[in-house]
Design a protein around this ligand. Structure first.
Ligand code: ADP
Ligand code: MG
Length: 248
């Protein structure tokens, strides 16, 4: 069954169309990898799915569990189980990671919050960060581990991880990959993993990889084929796709 469907979705800012007709279906339990060069619209797609009011839908639809969520506010989408990690997480001076984590779980009505806090902090090696202000002085890897920590706490049904592997040390990528595999890739959860390098795909299961260019999905295929193609040729060859991946 489809969990999320994007139907001819066009969106952008007041002055600019960024997503220019996206058709994409992600089924229950599926993980897709979304690749593409900088500026192709990957983060915009993530923000439009979660309902960031900065972006306007120009046409098309977003369906979640067959329900039209195109015009629902972000809080409703979060309550429905959609969760996102940010490419560039905000620094929150004066807000401790522990306090934010507990507040998120309180709002989502999560049971046994202290137990979850401990479990996920251990899994993501964040025990020493709980009393620190969120992301203030955190390294790249620490910030992305904290992002994934806040996602896991929400017990989401649908997860978008935006560049979870970029600017991250090798050890942290391993930690992130393990947590995604063990905690998110089960119970019918679906994931969109956005990565312009594809590094994280070596650590988690991916069903299909998609390439996005200038606001359109131009190609898809088995992850290893798409990934090897991108690593060998960059995205330049995707511009004039030679049918090595499966062209829709
Ligand atoms: P990616 O994540 O693939 O690197 P983005 O979605 O961040 O791409 O950006 C796609 C394009 O849209 C870029 O040209 C970017 O400058 C532009 N863009 C994204 N968000 C905004 C915004 N809030 N205002 C103006 N332009 C934006
Ligand atoms: Mg981005």
């Amino acid at each position: 069954m489809p969990k999320l469907e994007l139907v001819n979705l066009r969106a952008g800012t007041d002055s600019k169309e960024i997503l220019r007709g996206i058709n994409l279906t992600i089924n229950n339990g599926q993980t897709i990898l979304l690749m593409g060069p900088n500026g192709s619209g990957k983060s915009t797609l993530a923000q439009v799915i979660i309902g960031n009011p900065r972006y306007k839908i120009l046409s098309g639809k977003i369906l979640f569990n067959n329900r039209d969520i195109t015009n629902l506010p972000m809080e409703t989408r979060v309550k429905m189980g959609i969760s996102i990690s940010f490419q560039i997480p905000p620094k929150l001076k004066g807000i401790k990671l522990r306090d934010l984590a507990l507040e998120i779980m309180r709002r989502r009505g999560i049971e046994n919050p202290l137990e979850k806090l401990k479990k996920y902090a251990e899994l993501l090696r964040l025990e020493d960060f709980l009393e620190r202000d969120l992301n203030v002085g955190f390294s790249g890897g620490e910030m992305k581990r904290a992002e994934l920590f806040l996602v896991l706490l929400q017990n989401p049904a649908f997860v978008i991880l935006d560049e979870i592997d970029s600017g991250v040390d090798v050890e942290s990528v391993g930690i992130l990959g393990k947590a995604i595999r063990s905690e998110l890739q089960k119970n019918g959860r679906s994931l969109i993993i956005i990565s312009h390098t594809g590094i994280i795909a070596k650590h988690v299961h991916v069903d299909v990889a998609y390439i996005m260019l200038r606001g359109k999905i131009t190609c898809y295929g088995p992850p290893t084929i798409v990934l090897n193609h991108v690593l060998e040729h960059g995205f330049a060859r995707c511009e004039k796709c030679e049918g090595i991946c499966y062209v829709d």
